[in-house]
Design a protein around this ligand. Structure first.
Ligand SMILES: *Cc1c(COP(=O)(O)O)cnc(C)c1O
Length: 378
């Protein structure tokens, strides 16, 4: 959503200064509150990788959020924003042992794992810490699925939790992630059913799981409508009741995209409009930002950002959209072209909406000499 505050900021900024992302903190605050209302008993850990701008982290510290991080650098950012180390969970299942040790020295005591080798590292480098075992999910219904890279099957999870206890760790919880931009609020249902079985088996064997981390997946609104936080809250609470009855564990969610995606808009400039041959039905539009400037999630045309121009949304025609770099992979929408005004001109600005998450951190440091994406928080 491009708010008045964002537009006012852009009015004062020169288009010649290059593409930039502008984030409206008020939207982050409102979305945080909406997520809180939808799951009032659940703690919110912000997935820092979505957008680690210091102003966002500081706002969330003020709102009482906790944080999910994936590296020591992210631990540092969150601590610098004023968070307490005990409110940080190290959710990446792939960590160097020396990074685990460093995070432990900085006070982090919650770590995610999905295999015995990672438990052994944590036992050596972060003795006594809380361990969350991540379960594999199929990612069905997600527009940015997480494949089989993270998580393990229930049998491995049970072994992992027993091993954690043998090594003096606290086998505290299970986690899963139903896939990013998960457009089906019922997706949590299957994972919770599976988690409940693991919890039951472990309870029978004397290991009590106290906490479930329900991951991220809450969507941003891009081109098509998505259900709201209330719908997700209802479905998740229903699934929790169905599978845990009155023995509800503590719960945590880890929103990234759903919390900050709609708080940001990128302004870019049309560099070139051209055709490959006289009879081509589609023209190409080249912007001054592409896959390497922060729009990496257009990979496979997975995420489809809304585009707006000063001409409004009437009289649009399809265009192939591409970025400015000399890499042929830097094409944003070609299989499914995007619609822009028929009278779009070179030099016009194009607003790319819903770009508050997974853009600034994905920008390359300078491919072809195009610098990282400028970020402004208003
Ligand atoms: C990326 C990530 C998230 C956030 O996912 P979204 O789909 O952006 O909400 C949450 N938890 C973990 C462990 C992650 O890696």
């Amino acid at each position: 959503m491009t708010t008045k505050k964002i537009l006012n900021f852009l009015d004062r900024r020169d288009l010649a200064d290059g593409p930039c992302l502008v984030v409206d903190l008020e939207i982050v605050r409102k979305t945080y509150r909406a997520l809180q209302r939808s799951l009032p008993q659940t703690r919110i850990h912000y997935a820092v990788k979505a957008n680690p701008a210091p102003e966002i982290l500081e706002l969330l510290v003020g709102l009482g959020a906790s944080f999910d991080v994936a590296s020591v650098a992210e631990v540092n950012m969150v601590l610098e924003a004023g968070a307490a180390a005990c409110d940080i969970s190290y959710g990446n299942t792939i960590k160097k042992e020396r990074d685990i040790a460093q995070a432990y020295r900085m006070g982090v005591r919650q770590f995610a794992v999905d295999c015995p080798a990672e438990v052994e590292k944590i036992a050596r480098a972060a003795p006594g810490s809380q361990v969350f075992c991540r379960l594999l999910t199929d990612g069905a219904g997600a527009e940015w699925p997480l494949s089989r890279k993270f998580g393990c099957d229930p049998y491995v999870a049970i072994c992992v939790m027993h091993l954690a206890r043998q090594r003096g760790l606290d086998p505290c919880g299970l986690s899963f992630h139903v896939g990013s931009q998960q457009t089906d609020p019922a997706a949590w249902q299957r994972s919770l059913e599976q988690a409940a079985k693991v919890v039951q088996t472990l309870a029978d064997e004397g290991v009590l799981i106290r906490c479930l981390n329900l991951g991220g997946g809450f969507p941003a609104r891009y081109l098509s409508d998505v259900p709201g936080p209330g719908d997700y809250g209802r479905e998740i609470r229903r699934a929790l009741r169905a599978h845990f009855g009155n023995a509800l564990p503590d719960t945590v969610i880890e929103p990234g995209r759903g919390l900050v995606g709609n708080a940001g808009t990128i302004r870019s400039e049309v560099v070139l409009i051209s055709s490959k041959s006289p009879g081509d039905p589609l023209q190409w539009v080249y912007l001054d930002i592409g896959k390497f400037g922060g729009l990496a999630e257009t990979m496979d045309e997975a995420i489809r950002y809304p585009l707006t121009t000063r001409y409004g949304n009437t009289a649009t025609v399809p265009y192939i959209l591409a970025g400015p770099t000399c890499d042929s992979a830097d094409v944003l929408y070609e299989q499914r072209p995007c619609r822009l005004p028929h009278n779009l001109q070179i030099g016009d600005d194009v607003l790319i909406e819903g770009t508050g998450a997974y853009t600034s951190t994905y920008a390359s440091v300078g491919f072809n000499g195009f610098g990282p994406l400028a970020v402004h928080v208003v």
